[in-house]
Design a protein around this ligand. Structure first.
Ligand code: PEP
Length: 251
C-alpha cells in the first residue's frame, strides 16, 4: 500500500494566543480529507485552545516535546498522558534544537519515544547530521547511531504510530534546503536501517519526513522522491498561505 504523505508544522516558541488560533483556523479551513495528513504543533500553553479550533477538522494536533515519566517531580516537563488529554495525536521527539541546544541524548530520546508510543501517541522522531558531520562524510554514521540508539526496544504493537523526520541540522532555519537527491539518499539509508532495527514490514510502511527550510517552492521537488513521505516544516508553517501550499504539494 502506498504511504500517505504527512505534513507537520512545528511552530516552535512562536505565536501569541490570538495568532495561534487564527493560524490553526486558516490551516483547518484550507485542508480537506483528500489532502495529505496534516498536523500542527503549537507551544504547550496553546495546545488546548488550538485543539478547540481544530475540532471537527482533519488537522491533527501535535506537541513539540514530552517527558518519559508519567508524573512526578519533573519541574517544567509535560507527560505523554497530559498531551493525550489535551487532544494531541503526535509528539515530536529529538528535534535538533533539543538534541544540540538542550543536550538531550540518544538514550534519553529513546526513553521518550518508548513512553510516547506506549501511551498511544504517534511519535515524529527526528534525526539529522550537523554541517561538520556532513562535510566529514559522517552523515550515515550519525543517522545510524541516532536510529540504532533512539529506536531500540520500541513497543512492537505500536510501530505503526512511528514517523521519522530526517532533519539535517545545517538546513534547519537556515534557508539552505537539502537537494531532493540529498534527502532521498538519507531517507533511503534511514529506511534500510529501520528495516534492520524494526523489521522490513515496519520500514516499508514507515513515513519518513524531510525537514529543513522547506518552502512552497522546494516542497514538490522533495516530496516527489520515492522515500520522502512529506515534511516537518518550521518557518513556513507560521504563515497559513505558505503552509497550505506545502500541503498541496504533498498531494
Ligand atoms: C524544524 O524546526 O523542524 C524545521 C524544519 O524548521 P525550518 O523549516 O524553519 O527549517
Amino acid at each position: 500500500m502506498p504511504r500517505k504523505k504527512l505534513v507537520a508544522g512545528n511552530w516552535k516558541m512562536n505565536t501569541t494566543l490570538a495568532e495561534a488560533r487564527a493560524l490553526a483556523a486558516a490551516v483547518a479551513a484550507g485542508t480537506t480529507p483528500a489532502s495529505a495528513d496534516v498536523a500542527v504543533c503549537p507551544p504547550f500553553p496553546w495546545l488546548l485552545p488550538v485543539a478547540e479550533v481544530l475540532r471537527g477538522s482533519v488537522v491533527a494536533l501535535g506537541a513539540q516535546n514530552c517527558h518519559p515519566q508519567k508524573s512526578g517531580a519533573y519541574t517544567g516537563e509535560v507527560s505523554t498522558g497530559m498531551l493525550l488529554e489535551a487532544g494531541c495525536k503526535y509528539v515530536i521527539v529529538g528535534h535538533s534544537e533539543r538534541r544540540h541546544g538542550l543536550g538531550e541524548t540518544d538514550p534519553f530520546l529513546n526513553e521518550k519515544a518508548k513512553a510516547a508510543l506506549s501511551a498511544g501517541l504517534h511519535v515524529i522522531f527526528c534525526v539529522g547530521e550537523l554541517l561538520a558531520e556532513r562535510e566529514a562524510n559522517q552523515t550515515e554514521a550519525v543517522l545510524d547511531r541516532q536510529a540504532t540508539q533512539g529506536l531500540r526496544d520500541l513497543p512492537a504493537d505500536r510501530l505503526g504510530n512511528l514517523v521519522v523526520a530526517y532533519e539535517p541540522v545545517w538546513a534547519i532555519g537556515t534557508g539552505k534546503v537539502a537537494t531532493p537527491e540529498q534527502a532521498q539518499d538519507a531517507h533511503a539509508f534511514i529506511r534500510k536501517k529501520v528495516g534492520v532495527i524494526l523489521g522490513e514490514n515496519v520500514a516499508r510502511s514507515l513515513p519518513i519526513l524531510y525537514g529543513g527550510s522547506v518552502t512552497a517552492d522546494s516542497a514538490a521537488g522533495l516530496f516527489d522522491r520515492p522515500d520522502v513521505d512529506g515534511g516537518l516544516v518550521g518557518g513556513a508553517s507560521l504563515k497559513a498561505d505558505s503552509f497550505l501550499k506545502i500541503i498541496q504539494a504533498a498531494g
